[in-house]
Ligand binder design. Structure first.
Ligand SMILES: Cc1cc2nc3c(=O)[nH]c(=O)nc-3n(C[C@H](O)[C@H](O)[C@H](O)COP(=O)(O)OP(=O)(O)OC[C@H]3O[C@@H](n4cnc5c(N)ncnc54)[C@H](O)[C@@H]3O)c2cc1C
Length: 387
């Protein structure tokens, strides 16, 4: 049996960032991942808007400066449109920050984290490795891999994504509410420059976001009912470009497809208990959120950041797998996660509601907020991850 201080199951963005954040600690870490990340040819269709708070976290753990800057686009402004004339605009300048966030590809970060993890002296990588069984004993979590390897540590972290095997093995419940929607993602070349502005439209058929990428490129996320998402993905490329350009009111002129559309199912997932004796969950294993706020991985990075701070500050004699210790992590993350989930869910409901009285009201609300700089800036700061 190989002994560690911490086992992390899942080397995606949440799990790998947690491992990197613990680089300078005395903890001996095992990172178990079923498949290493890879970089696609051209552009990755999975794109994230990273909040300033998380850029700061990634800088602190030494990952940000290694990312290829030519593949990162800062967001300098954002425009949000209601479904009948409402409009709300944010700018980095008005908010008093250099940028509202940055857009970059998932695999760009994943591959960089992976390379750093390989060089980390207090980290043992088990990859490709399939987890077969886990046992939570009173003093240790014991993980068996499919090749028979046994790993033991006082704490095991489940960072294995939304269908978390670890969560299920520990019988921690997850309350799933499918949205009946998919997030359609694709990248485009735009006719007009985006000037580093992100756009979001609340439409009858869902929420469409244009996110700036370097050069005249954008990425879109169109969260829309399943049938419409399937219809969009089945369109021939020229027609799909027209539909996305029309839905975005031709704001950036004509569009040319860079990566074919892909769709992923959306669901709200609440996990009432994200810790148990010898276990903590981070990232998508601990929560699912509608992508309209772009906060999915931002919440995951904050989980990693919070847990890493607690683990780094723990005394050598402290048992990091006991509930009293782990409850501090759960308490620290619960409020932000719940608030984000409720806010995005509420916004989505507000704009999906079909009541005729709601439409003018919600659009008026957006425009009203646009005229109240104090509230608007507070909202922008909050949305950006507590800067
Ligand atoms: C198909 C799809 C497309 C998406 N596209 C977007 C998008 O465009 N924009 C956006 O903002 N969000 C998108 N999301 C959501 C976003 O990807 C997640 O919020 C984010 O990846 C969560 O990171 P994570 O590290 O918590 O989990 P994951 O990225 O799911 O990582 C989990 C890791 O654990 C590994 N793993 C799983 N089980 C085991 C096991 N038993 N043993 C060992 N390793 C294991 C997996 O291989 C994986 O590397 C998408 C999600 C999906 C499913």
């Amino acid at each position: 049996m190989q002994q560690f201080d911490l086992i992390i199951v899942g080397g995606g963005l949440a799990g790998a960032s947690l491992a990197l954040a613990l680089r300078d600690t005395r903890l001996r870490i095992a990172l178990v991942e079923s498949q290493p990340p890879k970089r696609p040819d051209g552009w990755d269709a999975r794109i994230y808007a990273i909040s300033p708070a998380n850029i700061e976290f990634l800088s602190r753990i030494g990952a940000w400066r290694h990312l290829d800057a030519s593949r990162i686009a800062p967001i300098r402004a954002m425009e949000v449109f209601g479904d009948s004339g409402g409009k709300l605009g944010f700018s980095a300048y008005e908010t008093g920050v250099p940028e509202l966030g940055s857009i970059l590809e998932s695999s760009l970060m994943a591959c960089e984290f992976w390379e750093s993890a390989k060089r980390q002296s207090n980290l043992a990588l088990f990859c490709p490795a399939r987890s077969e069984a886990v046992e939570f004993r009173h003093d240790a979590a014991v993980l068996r891999l499919s090749d028979g390897t046994l790993l033991a540590a006082p704490l095991l972290v489940g960072a294995d994504g939304r269908d978390s095997w670890v969560r299920e093995s520990a019988s921690l419940s997850a309350i799933n509410t499918p949205y009946g929607e998919k997030g359609v993602v694709a990248n485009f070349v735009t006719e007009k420059p985006h000037r580093n502005c992100a756009y979001q439209w609340f439409r009858d058929d869902g929420v469409l976001a244009y996110l700036p990428l370097p050069g005249n490129h954008i990425s879109i996320v169109w969260s829309t009912p399943d049938a419409h998402a399937d219809e969009l993905c089945a369109l021939e490329p020229g027609r799909f470009c027209e539909r996305v350009a029309e839905a975005g009111s031709q704001t950036l002129g004509g569009l040319q497809l860079l990566t074919p559309p892909a769709a992923f199912a959306l669901r709200l997932m609440r996990v009432p208990q994200t810790v148990a004796p010898r276990l903590a969950l981070v990232g998508d294993a601990a929560h699912g959120i509608h992508p309209l706020s772009g906060h999915g991985i931002n919440l995951g990075f904050q989980d990693a950041s919070t847990l890493a701070s607690l683990l780094s500050a723990a005394q050598p004699w402290q048992d990091i797998g006991e509930m009293r210790f782990l409850q501090r992590y759960q308490r620290a993350r619960r409020e932000e996660t719940l608030l984000m989930q409720s806010t995005t869910d509420g916004l989505r409901r507000l704009f999906r509601g079909s009541s005729p009285g709601m439409r003018p009201l919600r659009n008026w609300g957006l425009t009203l907020m646009d005229g109240l700089p104090f509230i608007k800036n507070a909202l922008a700061r909050y949305a950006l991850g507590g800067i």
